[in-house]
Write a protein that binds this ligand. Structure first.
Ligand code: DGJ
Length: 544
């Protein structure tokens, strides 16, 4: 059969059209690209330039009204906001979606995506967001007990009633999102519960919990430990080993007596409960879901010193084993040591997403570092609506750079072409190899050219570097000076062929300034001063 050229073109156009529609209709999901995992929304990869609202801000549209403009002024593309179980299901079995509908509609008007945070059984360990009909019926919805048999305002994870009540409400939430949003895809991910953990004792002493504690460690977990022995968190491996690597037994027989075992036990049951809810929600609308962790501080005890048993690095394997439905385990940052914790959360190539970081003067630099160095899904300071003058926030400047760079970052994801540095008074210098070059990044104040350099309070700075050709790189960020060496031949000198400062408009590079003379120290370095937020395109060459 012969097909006329006209018919062939029409058929090809139809196929292309169908493929575009198919891609757009795919639900938000995670997709592996090289070593990186990307978030795909409306058929395209996106990087979350986010911020999380204060806990009570999304409870009325009236309170939210002045906030949308602030989010835009800081160049956010995504807002993280709670869905409060107590407002969604004020009366048992009666669901009110009006607020959610209005929030999604307003987000769409502002071209902002939403990550919903399911504040339900647990919010920062406590159960403060459960509806009144749950709070008032302790017989039916039992509480966790501490080691003195005192009831806590914490639903016990050992009660089937608690689980089912939360799960049913979550199913309704996901069904609503599916119905209202699956075409538009304003809601791109969901966090299930919030900073789960046990306080003030390391484990729950409810009779149901005590019975589980005296029972054998579930065989699913034992199988997981055996299969993953080579990559278990050292804290878990050591306890298992010290007790003889048994194949079966109670929690204390397998891991020994003590708070660490209490914590492992709770981690398993918190994670199982949350996984059951996640699984039920995903059956209805399978978009990416995650849990977040309140990081512990060194030398503090679980329960009395920090919320015991959350998705923390030292108990992470229990969360992983119990949560096949969960996509990500994410750290919340109110602690120092940003690199240390992120390294732990990504030690086996896991995907990083930072749903909360204290909104302090380090977030500008850390947003660049998280997205450059870890190729994170996104970054999100907490209490994002707090600035009086959002247009002046340094975070808005780094987000503006990241927004322009997104297509280039996505193009180069997962291929070892993207790096970033994080510098301050303690870490003044970082060396990075990319292609045939060695780059030395120094904090801008190492030049000693600015009077502030004498103070011990150096602002945290960062740049991302992306390799786009053998000798071509983009450097973007603030407060960094860069010099270059040859990796191939130390005798070879490396010089600057060209540096342009500019921006991307519709993904096309536009040069605003050709940088030379003082701006590159007559060819000695590339520099973006503290207080400037720039993208510079760099070409290097060698001479003998
Ligand atoms: C971490 C929690 O996840 C947030 O909801 C909020 O309570 C912040 N701490 C800070 O207050």
């Amino acid at each position: 059969m012969k097909i006329s050229p006209k018919k062939l073109i029409l058929t090809l156009l139809l196929v292309a059209f169908q493929q575009t529609i198919f891609a757009q209709n795919q639900l938000p999901h995670l997709e592996k690209k090289g070593k990186t995992t990307e978030l795909i929304v409306n058929g395209k990869p996106m990087i979350i330039l986010g911020g999380e609202l204060g806990n009570s801000s999304a409870s009325t549209m009236e309170y939210m009204q002045p906030i949308w403009g602030k989010l835009k002024a800081m160049n956010l593309n995504t807002v993280l906001m709670p869905v409060y179980w107590e407002l969604l299901e004020k009366e048992e079995g009666k669901f009110d979606y009006v607020l959610l509908q209005q929030l999604i509609t307003e987000a769409r008007k502002n071209q902002i995506k939403i990550v919903f945070l399911w504040f339900a059984s647990w919010k920062n360990s406590m159960s403060s967001h459960v509806p009144a009909w749950v709070k008032l019926n302790q017989e039916r919805f039992p509480r966790a007990k501490d080691d003195k048999n005192q009831s806590q305002e914490i639903l016990t994870p050992f009660s089937e009633n608690n689980l089912q009540a939360d799960l049913k409400a979550f199913e309704k939430l996901m069904a609503f999102i599916k119905d209202f949003d699956k075409n538009e895809q304003t809601v791109i991910m969901v966090q299930v519960e919030n900073e789960i953990g046990m306080l003030p004792s390391a484990r729950d002493y409810h009779p149901l919990a005590n019975a589980a504690f005296k029972s054998d460690v579930p065989s699913v977990l034992m199988d997981y430990l055996k299969k993953n022995q080579a990559v278990l968190a050292p804290e878990i491996l050591v306890r298992w080993g010290q007790n003889g690597f048994k194949n079966s037994g109670t929690w204390e027989e397998i891991f020994g007596k003590g708070l660490a075992t209490d914590e492992l036990f709770m981690a398993w049951y918190f994670a199982k409960y949350t996984n059951t809810i996640t699984e039920a929600g995903k059956k209805i609308y399978p978009i990416p879901m995650f849990v977040n962790a309140a990081l512990n501080r060194p030398n503090k005890l679980p329960g009395s010193g920090y919320p015991s048993a959350g998705p923390l690095p030292h108990v992470i394997d229990l969360w992983k084993a119990a949560m096949p439905a969960m996509d990500l385990l994410s750290p919340d940052f109110y602690n120092p040591d940003f690199k240390h914790w992120n390294d732990l959360y990504t030690r086996h190539g896991e995907t990083l997403f930072i749903p909360e970081h204290r909104f302090d003067n380090t977030v500008m630099a850390k947003s660049l570092y998280a997205i450059g160095h870890y190729e994170a899904l996104g970054f999100s300071p907490f209490s994002i609506e707090s600035p009086e003058k959002p247009q002046n926030e340094p975070l808005g400047k780094s987000y503006a750079l990241l927004e322009q760079l997104t297509p280039l970052l996505i193009k180069n994801h997962g291929q070892g072409k993207i790096e970033a540095v994080l510098l301050d008074h303690e870490t003044k210098e970082t060396v990075i190899n990319l292609g045939k070059y060695q780059f030395t990044f120094r904090h801008d104040y190492t030049l000693g050219w600015s009077p502030e350099a004498k103070s011990a309070e150096w602002p945290m700075t960062s740049v991302i570097i992306i390799q786009t050709g053998e000798d071509e790189f983009y450097v973007a960020g603030s407060g960094v000076v860069v010099t270059f060496k040859s990796l191939e031949n130390p005798a070879l000198n490396i010089g600057i062929l060209k540096v342009d400062e500019g921006y991307f408009e519709n993904n096309i590079w536009k040069t605003r300034r050709h940088m030379n003379g003082d701006q590159i120290h007559q060819g000695r370095h590339l520099r973006i001063s503290v207080g400037d937020y720039e993208i510079q395109k760099l070409q290097l060459y060698s001479y003998k």
